[in-house]
Write a protein that binds this ligand. Structure first.
Ligand SMILES: N[C@@H](CCC(=O)N[C@@H](CS)C(=O)NCC(=O)O)C(=O)O
Length: 98
């Protein structure tokens, strides 16, 4: 029998894609990316700070103008603070696996 006592971190292909819209010199973006990296997650970064089309895409998808904006699949996570809170509550891994 296999016992698994650690947190469940789904592996590569079964995980929903993570997308983060960022702009340069953004402390909240750096913090959010740091958290994703600490968790060993693969993500796509869309640098939208100087790209009007990508910025419009971010605003259309999220309804927000601040950076970063983070998505798991089609689900809008929010910004950095929301990502940190979700992860601290243990709900981010579940969202990835759902
Ligand atoms: N509470 C937000 C704060 C995000 C924030 O204020 N980001 C700054 C950049 S670091 C921003 O987008 N400011 C407004 C702007 O540049 O238009 C979060 O956690 O993501």
């Amino acid at each position: 029998m296999t016992h698994f006592n650690g947190p469940f971190i789904p592996s590569g292909s079964s995980m929903k894609p993570i997308v983060i819209y960022t702009r340069p010199f953004c402390g909240f973006c750096a913090r959010a990316i740091g958290l994703l990296r600490e968790k060993g997650l693969t993500f796509t970064e869309i640098e939208a700070g100087f790209d009007p089309d990508k910025r419009r895409e971010m605003i259309d998808r999220s309804g927000r103008t601040t950076f970063p904006q983070i998505f798991v699949g089609d689900t809008h996570v929010g910004g950095c603070d929301e990502l940190v809170a979700l992860d601290a509550a243990g709900k981010f891994d579940a969202m990835l696996a759902a």
